[in-house]
Design a binder for this molecule. Sequence first.
Ligand SMILES: Cc1cc2nc3c(=O)[nH]c(=O)nc-3n(C[C@H](O)[C@H](O)[C@H](O)COP(=O)(O)OP(=O)(O)OC[C@H]3O[C@@H](n4cnc5c(N)ncnc54)[C@H](O)[C@@H]3O)c2cc1C
Length: 525
Amino acid sequence: MSVKRVCLPFEKDPKPYDVFITRKTNFAAQIKKCRKLLDTKFDTIRIQATGVAIPRAFRLATVLNDNMKNTINIDVKTTTLLARDVINEDALLQERCVSAVVIRISRLYTCAGLISRLPRSKIDIFDRSAIPYGLIQYGVAPDHYDVKRCTNQFEKLIVDNSDRISLFCNVQIGQDLTFDELCRDYDAVILAYGANKARRLNIPGSDARNCISGSDFVTWYNGGFSPYTPLLDNKKALIIGNGNVSIDCSRILLSPVARLAPTDIPENALKVLRSSQVDDIQIVGRRGPVDASFTIKELRELLNLENCTVSTSISDNETQRISDSLEKFDRPKKRIMQLMLERRIPKNPNGLKKCQIEFFQKPVSIDKDPSGRIQAVDLQNTLTGEIMKVPCGLLIYAIGFENVLLPGLPKTKDDKLLLKDWCRVDSDVSKVYATGWCAHNPAGVIAQTQSQAVAVADEVAKDLRDYSGDRGRSGSRSKLEERKVAFLTFSDWKYVDECERMMGRILGKLREKIQNVSEFVKLGR
Ligand SMILES: Cc1cc2nc3c(=O)[nH]c(=O)nc-3n(C[C@H](O)[C@H](O)[C@H](O)COP(=O)(O)OP(=O)(O)OC[C@H]3O[C@@H](n4cnc5c(N)ncnc54)[C@H](O)[C@@H]3O)c2cc1C
């Protein structure tokens, strides 16, 4: 007797982006199939399995996630389905419930979304930086190279669609091209210009030497243009802010140089870090542990740093308060809180270096030595008002970023970008959208920024569904040429990329960044 089991509803109405996994599935072939679907046809695929095949589906998603790190979003739903056992397709043998899993894997990026949803569209990308990828280049820390790897997918997208995507680096919107010109030259304009303006620390003495923003410090260790080279000749450093940028700065300062050397950290930064005296860091935030904006991965990484005693400073009362309300937090927050409470006792009590994460304190003034350099900070306890002087030779403040409005953009009364809804910007001339850090609060990791970008791509595609692809708008390239703007293209970037990798190979690291890219390209090609 031949028995066929039919699971409802998905096997009844399969879509071309569905991938069904059974016990007999050829694993390698399915991986290949999923990649092909994502690379060539769809932004989203669905992996489905029932009963004993469920673990295979999870394994498939895990392997895809490892292969395509940071470029896909995975959403898992488990459910039960009514399965029908039938003989020879018609005679019903029995009906029963089976467990099932639906794993939705979506590609991330606005461009990727548009390229597949609007098959006849062409996309020009403008960036004021001489090289592409924004904060991934100049923000994400060098030891987070797994995060930086998400650029690989972007490169592939451009290479695979070189007739449809053009990159124009070294072009500042608002200066080389105006917003109005973009609206006239394109059927749709998507603003994704970030918010890389650090919030300033406005307290007496904050102009002291070696009192620098987290943004400048991060740009320095990432090989971007930073006005300061930090002085690391004093043991004690104070870092203001309870967020991931503070953690990144602390980790870079406390890491053994051998851990950083093989990354893409520039040699000049490495040289300064090699002779660094900093071995005692105090991270302080004005609010309590519950309000800290660390994410678990970054926090854990710092708390586990080798050769370093890292602990949180949380009072017994506060510990009790947090413990009592643990169940009210969502799962990620609960895990962060548990970790913070656990690490009141450090994992490595005998580390050579020390880092203490503290709460309910804010800097109120800075003392300078006769040369104008920072020598101490007055920290005020935000609960009691008590002030304590803390001697230190370096202060890094990482207290967030501010939105910047490009000239010509519609704005609200308080100078924020005026949005019609969650992503649309008012314009009579073109369809305009905003996404990423420039659109809303400048916060969130790449995965969050990217899923928003995909959602915006969806909206653009919906609005342009009847797009003819031929409305006589031919883009802004000719304007740049007329104005003799020295823009750099994707092939210029690949030239820089190759040179950086070759220098890296010589120096035994991932890459050595070129710091004067425009000059380098102009003189080298
Ligand atoms: C220090 C730091 C470390 C981070 N580390 C991590 C991490 O480890 N992992 C993680 O997941 N996330 C990390 N993030 C968050 C991540 O970088 C952001 O989520 C993401 O980069 C935001 O993307 P975006 O496109 O909005 O802005 P951006 O990445 O900043 O991109 C904006 C782009 O617009 C360009 N631009 C700006 N103005 C103009 C103009 N006038 N004309 C033309 N171009 C312009 C900029 O040059 C830039 O390339 C970090 C952020 C910071 C600040």
